[in-house]
Ligand binder design. Structure first.
Ligand SMILES: Nc1ncnc2c1ncn2[C@@H]1O[C@H](COP(=O)(O)OP(=O)(O)OP(=O)(O)O)[C@@H](O)[C@H]1O
Length: 235
């Protein structure tokens, strides 16, 4: 579904990614691990089209999208939940969800452009809070809203950047269950940047570890030794 092939990129003269390759299959959940500053967010940006590449390619559903603009990639079905959630605090929950539809306008038939019921099935709390300003929600509720907003256009691939950051443990479990459901029931592929290994072990099938702008380890979650991986990603 997604192939990142030998990508080199960075910011201005500063190179950050050095020959990075990875893949995500259809309806597969893949975790991207690594210490702070090793280039995980930068890699997500290359998939989203926010950074021009020095070399390498990004292929999505068999199509080379290396030079495709970000909004075209969104229309092809690539959704994004940024670090820090990126919700609009002065809009209501419902209005925030509708901005997700606008971002994917053109992807769905106009008649299909409404918030799918699956979103409220997944996060019932958002139905209860739909008229509330998003800024008044707890951190965990805001994270659920951010995931829900990315889901309203029913992407085929969803990129999430540290969804458990700053969230209390009871909500972390909810988000873990939600990601499992998104993958298995909605059949949406996931590429998730995370630091919380317990969380990752609960929903991902494969993982990659990055260090200093390169992929240094990868494999199947159920075959991996969690302690070895923890050593690779701990400070
Ligand atoms: N907009 C930017 N301009 C210049 N340098 C940047 C920019 N964003 C990130 N960098 C640098 O690129 C490197 C990789 O950052 P990146 O955010 O991709 O790492 P990360 O693995 O996602 O870490 P974190 O978990 O802290 O977000 C870091 O050295 C960082 O300082």
């Amino acid at each position: 579904m997604l192939e990142v092939l030998d990508v080199e990129t960075g910011y201005g003269d500063g190179q950050v990614l050095w020959g990075v390759s990875l893949a995500v299959d259809r309806a597969e959940a893949v975790a991207l691990l690594g210490r702070n500053g090793v280039g995980k967010t930068t890699l997500l940006k290359t998939v989203l089209g926010h950074l021009p590449l020095k070399s390498g390619r990004v292929v999505y559903r068999g199509r080379d999208i290396t030079r495709l603009a970000p909004h075209h990639r969104a229309r092809l079905g690539i959704g994004y939940v940024p670090q820090g959630r990126g919700i609009f605090p002065f809009l209501t929950v419902e209005e925030n969800l509708k901005t997700g539809l606008a971002a994917l306008a053109g992807r769905l038939h106009p008649r299909a452009q409404r918030i799918p019921e699956a979103v409220f099935e997944l996060f019932p709390i958002l139905w209860e809070l739909r008229a509330k300003r998003a800024g008044a929600l707890s951190g965990g509720q805001q994270q659920q809203l951010a995931i829900a907003r990315a889901l309203v256009g029913l992407p085929d691939l969803l990129l999430l950047d540290e969804p458990t950051e700053g969230i209390q443990p009871s909500v972390v479990e909810k988000i873990q269950e939600a990601l499992l459901w998104i993958r298995s029931e909605l059949r949406i592929a996931l590429l998730v940047v995370e630091q919380n290994l317990d969380f990752v072990w609960g929903f991902a099938q494969r993982f990659y570890v990055m260090d200093r702008g390169q992929v240094v380890m990868g494999g199947k979650v159920r075959e991996a030794n969690p302690e070895t991986v923890a050593q690779m990603v701990s400070l």
